[in-house]
Ligand binder design. Structure first.
Ligand code: AMP
Length: 398
């Protein structure tokens, strides 16, 4: 792997693509969560410590028509300076003459942040000449933006063409790749994948790909009901994707052929409406009365899933087990989170990725008791589907 440590940064300008797409308060522009910024610090610090300088580029939000104060990276400069313990320079256009003047004369040890790349439509279009212009900001290209690694944008992939021999992954990208590979290709067996969330359709490709990689797959959340119905169960008003019923049966068949154990819920908490204060009760998963809906897994299922988790040496979790945003239906998701913590204590490797399971882990303050938490939602999901991410391919390519 081409990593930071394979390159000499002394007297060189590193052009680092980071993911500073942080949530900002709509009126004060205060940063609500700086996780993504903190994740990029080690790479920036490394280049500085090695005697080089750093030009940072990122996107922020989804500006529609050119520059927009709401999405200016100017809002994060002070905080970045605090995190780096030194004043970070900022330039209000990523390809202006002023930007090139600043980056070309940037002394070693200094950091320059360019304005939001997405103020130019060319960024998302993967425009070649825009990528070439950006490339002038550095001697070495570093990609440390795992969150956008699944996009073939100018700054995430196309730009690498201009650094055939001078490009590498940052520490965050390196960690993300290594940890996902620990599940997909280098994991200690037995390997268990826990897949939950709302829809089967959005996770089908992942389940199909995982079938060649893992020993068991636990299916929970809303998507489980399509499997239960496909097997002839009564699912009442639970979330169902009629057009996926056939696919669900196919998956169960393929799993049998490939000797992969599929675990579906056996009981669930049902509610008479989609509301935290709804009436609720526990029933067998395949006997849900009409007009009631399954919104969480229940005790017997939690026990079944927990046993499988505790038997496994490598565990991947994506997607909640129920509507965890509502207190009344969060018990299943929290229980699975605690099983993962327990498994981690017993030396299993645990990886949690994808927006909602990561927020669940954070909500329960368990992040530091899991082996690795992925920072990339969409990127991680595409990686799990077996897709070679453009941002990774661009660095690996000769
Ligand atoms: P996903 O983005 O596909 O991982 O889905 C996450 C969403 O699935 C969360 O907002 C959950 O509330 C929702 N979800 C999980 N279980 C259920 C369920 N049984 N019925 C409806 N929605 C669910």
């Amino acid at each position: 792997m081409k990593t930071l440590k394979t390159i000499d940064f002394k007297n060189k300008r590193a052009l680092i693509r980071v993911d500073f797409n942080v949530p900002l308060d709509k009126t004060t522009y205060e940063i609500n969560d700086d996780t993504r910024m903190r994740a990029a610090i080690p790479s920036i610090q490394y280049v500085i410590d090695q005697g080089g300088s750093v030009v940072l580029m990122s996107h922020l939000g989804r500006p529609k028509e050119g520059p927009d104060e709401k999405y200016s990276l100017n809002h994060i400069v002070d905080h970045l300076s605090k995190l780096m313990n030194k004043k970070v320079l900022f330039v209000e256009d990523c390809i202006s003459q002023k930007a090139f003047d600043l980056s070309s004369s940037l002394p070693n040890g200094e950091i320059l942040l360019l304005e939001n790349l997405r103020f130019y439509k060319e960024e998302e279009k993967g425009d070649l000449s825009f990528a070439e212009k950006l490339s002038k900001h550095g001697d070495i290209y570093v990609n440390d933006a795992f969150g956008t690694a699944h996009r073939a944008h100018a700054s995430t992939a196309i730009i690498a063409n201009y650094f055939p021999n001078n490009k590498c992954f940052g520490f965050l990208m390196e960690a993300e790749i290594e940890n996902i590979e620990k599940v997909l290709n280098n994991g200690e067996k037995p390997i268990c994948a826990i897949i939950g969330g709302a829809k089967v359709s959005s996770k089908i490709s992942i389940i199909e790909h995982l079938m060649d990689k893992v020993n068991s797959i636990i299916i929970g959340g809303g998507m489980a009901f399509t499997f239960i119905k496909a097997k002839g169960g009564e699912v009442g008003a639970s979330l169902i994707e009629e057009d996926q019923l056939h696919k669900a049966l196919q998956i169960l068949e393929i799993a049998k052929e490939k000797n992969v154990k599929i675990l579906l819920p056996i009981d669930c908490v049902i509610a008479d409406r989609f509301d935290n204060n709804a009436s609720k009760k526990t029933v067998d998963i395949n006997q849900i009365p009409n007009s009631w809906m399954g919104l969480d897994i229940s005790e017997k299922t939690i026990k079944l899933f927990n046993e499988e988790i505790m038997k496994s040496k490598t565990i991947l979790w994506n997607g909640p087990m129920g509507v965890f945003e509502m207190d009344s239906f969060s018990f299943g998701t929290k229980s699975i989170a605690l099983s993962l913590v327990e498994a981690t204590k017993k030396e299993a490797f645990t990886l949690v990725g994808g927006g909602d399971s990561v927020s669940a882990i954070n909500q329960y303050n368990l992040a530091d008791q899991i082996s690795y938490i992925s920072t990339g939602g969409g990127a991680m999901l595409e990686y799990l589907e077996g897709i070679e991410l453009p941002g990774i391919k661009a660095i690996n390519q000769k």
